[in-house]
Structure formats: C-alpha cells, structure tokens
Design a binder for this molecule. Sequence first.
Ligand code: HC0
Ligand code: SF4
Length: 569
Amino acid sequence: MVKLSIDGRETSASEGSTILDAAAGLGIKIPTLCALKDLNIIGSCRVCLVQVEGEEAPCAACNTPVREGMEVRTDTPQVVAMRRANVEALLDSHRSECTSCARVDTCALRKLAADFAVGESTCDMPAKGAWNEDFPLIRDSSKCIKCMRCVAFCKKVQHCAVWEPSGSGTGASVAVKDGLDISEAGCALCGQCITHCPTGALTARSDIDKVLDALLDPEVMTVVQVAPAVRAAWGEGVKLSREQATPGRMASALRALGFDRVFDTDFAADLTIMEEGSEFLEFVKSDKPRPMFTSCCPGWVRFAKLHHPEIVPQLSSAKSPHQMMGALVKNTLREAAEAGGKKRIFCVSVMPCVAKKYECDVPELSTEGGRDVDAVLTVREFDRMLRMFSVDCAALEETDFDSPLGLSTGAATIFGRTGGVMEAALRTAVSILEGAPASFEACDCTAATPEHPWMEKELSAAGLTVRIAVASGLGNTEKLLNALESGEVAYDFVEIMACPGGCVGGGGQPIRFNRELAKERTAVLDKLDAEDSLRMSHDNPDIQKLYKTCLEKPLSHVAHEWLHTNQEE
Ligand code: HC0
Ligand code: SF4
C-alpha cells in the first residue's frame, strides 16, 4: 500500500492505483469526462486536473499513479480555474444544442458547463439585446417565452410595475416600462421576477468571477459573511436535506471554497439590535413624526427612495447588518491581514438577496477606507461555486464560524423572516426597559404573514406603550403606507421587508419552479432560534466585548462613523 494525503487528509491506496481512485476512497469528488475505468485512462479531457505538491504543472488525476508521501490538492481556486478553462475549451469545439439534444438530462459536459458557469448560446437572436450589464438584475430577451409572469408579479404583488407587455401576435414580448433603462424604471431589486421566471430570461448579475479572482490573489485576505436566511435554503441547490444543511456545515462549505475568514452576518444583526434599538428608545421620547421604519432591507429602502421619498427621513439611520459587518471587517482586521502578509481585504457576502448587490455599491454606506463589502453572491451563486469546487457538502464536518465576528443569538437568526427584526428588537427593548428578560410570547411577531397586508400589536413595558406594525412584500407595504398617510392607523415602529415572507423568500434564493418556500424556510429559522442557548441580542458576549474594546456604547461617535448613515443623502 502507498501512503499519501489528499486535501490534507491522510489515506493509503494500492500500488498502481491512481489519484482519482484514492480520492474516491476518501469520498472526494473529482470531475471527469474521458476516464473509463481500466479501459480509457488517457487524461485527455483535462477536467480532472489536480496539483501535486512540489510539481510545477498540474496533472490528470485519472492517469497519475499514487506515490508514497504524495501531497495532492484537488480543491484550490487554482485547480478550479484550470478545470474551468478546460471545460470552456471543450465547449468551444462542441456544437451545443442542449434543448433538443437526446442527452439533455444526462450529458456530462452540459452538467459540468453549468457547474462551472461557462458556455455559449447557439440561438441566433442577439443575447440579452441592449441591457445595462452593470445593473444587478439582468434580462436576456432571447430567453423570454412571453409568459408574462414577471409583468403580473411585479405589478400585482410588488406594486412596482417595472415590466410591461410589448408588441402583439408573433412580435409579443416584455419590455421595461416606457422604454426606460432598467436603472431608471423604479425597480426595487427585490428579484421576485427572477424567482418567478420559468426560464433564464431574468437572472441576477453574476459576481462569481470577481470572487474567484480574489481567491486566486495571494496578496488578498478573503473574508466572507453569510446572511441569516441563507442557512434555511443553501442546501436546496446542492441537494442536502434540511437536517443536513446545518449552519455548521455551511461554515465548512465556505471554508472549502478557500475563504480566509468565515463570519456570520447574524453577529451584525445582534449589533443592529443594539444600535437600532437604542435609536428607537431615543426616538419614542422625541416628538419626531411617527413611525420610525427599519432600514435593513435594501429592496425596501430603494422602494421608499424611488416611490415614497416623503418617508425617507423616517428610516432608521442604522445600516443593515450586512453593511455593519463589512464596516467591522474593513476597520478591525487590517492589522491581522498585514501580519499575514496580505495587502488588502476583499469582503464577500452570501445573501438571499439581489438588492444587496446594489446596497454594497451605495457610496454613503462606505467607511473611511472605501467600500466595505466588495462582492455579493446570491445563494444560487454560492451553490454554483460549491458545485464548481466539487465540494461534497453532505460529507463535511460541522465547524463554528470564526471568532469574534461569528457568534450570534436566536434573535439574529429570525431576522431572515418577516417579523424577525421587530421581534428581536422587542426582546431586547422590553428586557432593558423592565430590567428583566422579556417574555418571548409577548414579543412574538410571527402573526406577520405574507397573506395579510400587515400585522400590528401594542406592547407596554415600564410605563411605555409602543404600537408596532410589520409588513412584507411591497404591495402590502404600499397598503400600509396608504393607511398611515390617511390617518386610518398610527404606529411608532414599523418593520418592512420587500420580499413576501422576508429574506427567506428573497430574490437571490434557490429557485424551485412554482413552489413558494418561504414558510418552510421560516420553520427552519424558528427552530434554530428556539434551540439556541442565547436568544436576545444584548446577551451575545462577543457583542458586549466589542462595545467594551472598540465601540464604547450604542450610538457612540465610532458607532456612528461605522454603523450609521444619513438615509436622506
Ligand atoms: Fe436579510 Fe438582513 S435579514 S436583510 O433579509 O436586517 O439579505 O437573511 O442579511 O443585512 O442580518 C438579506 C437575510 C440579511 C441584513 C440581516 C437584516
Ligand atoms: Fe433582500 Fe431580504 Fe429585502 Fe428581499 S426582503 S430585498 S431578500 S433584504
């Protein structure tokens, strides 16, 4: 037997066997196209490339025999980039006719091309037509089947009416309203048209290449954060059951992609409660116009700015947890990066959201050193990268997020569903006001469902009574705004999430055609919250430490610099 290591795992394999055989013995998947065991091991397709320590050139795993002491890497960004280039080269000389091909469901090249996000259209129509490729929402008219689902959803559910039917008869199609550029059409970027499109005519801009470039750059420290609602859905795209797709396995999956630090947006959600909660306690004592609105959903903030600018001064000044995490990463990790020989930090986030791709570009959300989040991947892009890197997710051990920006509470986890931000805020606000832990039942906002325009409740603590409301979906939001404007209702604090059900139903989540999965994913988050030993944001010991060592107290000068913004700019 020959002893060797693959991806840092020791193994032994019989003399004369190949790296491919030894990797299979460890359950490590290496893609292949040409290999046919014992019959054809010529290494011609080059998609099974691996790197052997000490050797300059990569080699084909299928026809390289194992050697004593060999150290093999199958999972580095360099290996993935080479495999990807080879799949692309194969496609260059392959007539792709996927929709009518007899092998559409079983073609191994098509599967690899999809996993590596490469391939060319064979349709004569111009791809995409004229489109603003910088915008986070991409429309490819050559893939539109004129079903009008996007038109209906955008108008009837989200009240944005960005899309309209155009032409008639055989020339019927869909266009951006009034012939506008998409960036000027009032699109909130909720991404609901994407998740309700039956084909690939509507997609989110892919930022995978940007992230791969950073992972390949030895001078860059790569940091990733992952949003609350991702833990409820990431397994769907890599065929994990809900039981298998745990947060711990998700942290390991992110490490398998090569990120240097793996942090949890949930930590910053706890921080948001401290900042936004403190802001609200000051607000209720003031005579400012009611209500104060949450500002953590960029789809909602964009909708407010584009469609209801009059309420923008009432948005909380707290940045979203996503941007707070970016600010903490860029402002507190610089020394650690330099000590590790890295010249800059590249901060990536994995989000259930398309609007977050826009949020990280908003100049007012940067801190001193420049932009705080460099690239946003949707859950679909994350899943695709896992397939690209051939990560066997089911086999991953569970690991913790990195410290100190990785520890969180159940209150942060429920941010990912409608009512969760409000519920988390109430748990902390009531506890602080009464000097004793709040009752979870009293703070429960789960009655906020996508089926009712909004939920409302009144809560009293320490002689203070607050009227709160929660809405998700922009059509429901508009109904609530109209009722506020007409004086039919009055509230002190309102939570809005642009997507029906909140981020669990986000426009960047995995797509299952004709299935609305927000409720199922909400149950995952609620279970994680119920099982958490910490369920109130102010009990997070790492948040307490952060205030002691760095931020002093909520709403301090440094907290304002890093964690707040002027929404009116
Ligand atoms: Fe959400 Fe968030 S809860 S908006 O839906 O507040 O995307 O999951 O990351 O930032 O935390 C999305 C999800 C987040 C933010 C958090 C909030
Ligand atoms: Fe993004 Fe969540 Fe807002 Fe939808 S509800 S736009 S997923 S932040």
